[in-house]
Design a protein around this ligand. Sequence first.
Ligand code: ADP
Ligand code: S3P
Ligand code: MG
Length: 174
Amino acid sequence: MSPRAVVIGPPGSGKSTVGPLLAAALGVSFRDTDDDIVASAGRAISDIFADDGEPAFRAIEEEAVATALAEHDGVLSLGGGAPLTPGTRARLQEHPVVFLNVGLAAGVQRTGMSSARPLLAGINPRATFKALLDQRLPVYREVATVEIETDKRTPEEVVEAAVAALEPDRVRGQ
Ligand SMILES: Nc1ncnc2c1ncn2[C@@H]1O[C@H](COP(=O)(O)OP(=O)(O)O)[C@@H](O)[C@H]1O
Ligand SMILES: O=C(O)C1=C[C@@H](OP(=O)(O)O)[C@@H](O)[C@H](O)C1
Ligand SMILES: [Mg+2]
């Protein structure tokens, strides 16, 4: 079993919003590893960060991603930091990976309304988001098989672009 598409990208790029729509468009089921982590830990992600710290969260996340990659054959959205873990990057080599990109302004705007993302909860979310993009863009590009700009697209338009971009990629991971 292997996911039809794995969705990665920064917080606010739309992984959790676009993922279910992409799954519906492809006629497959949807799974989000952040939901898996919350369900199995019985705690919110912000509580795991606060109680145990980021390294502990990353270890739980790597395990959750490995399990989902092995079990799920639909669309799988990851948390924004999942590809930072070398083991996850290695596992992603086997799969079609859709990188949803978002620029600084749209990313800050889309994540600003929620306090659910502990990494962006500091006093200067814009500077934090910029540092996050600088660090992660090369990481996302290293594992992505397709990259979709989301700034000026509605979630439905992102899905349309992703379906078109995935078409020639069908062979990978199947
Ligand atoms: N293409 C888009 N255009 C406008 N808003 C979007 C788009 N994609 C997602 N959003 C909004 O941005 C916020 C974060 O989306 P979410 O799917 O949780 O991102 P992620 O899972 O990548 O962190 C949500 O409020 C969502 O409605
Ligand atoms: O970027 C990150 O490191 C994180 C992103 C979050 O998921 P989203 O990208 O879905 O917001 C969540 O996994 C956690 O707060 C850490
Ligand atoms: Mg998400």
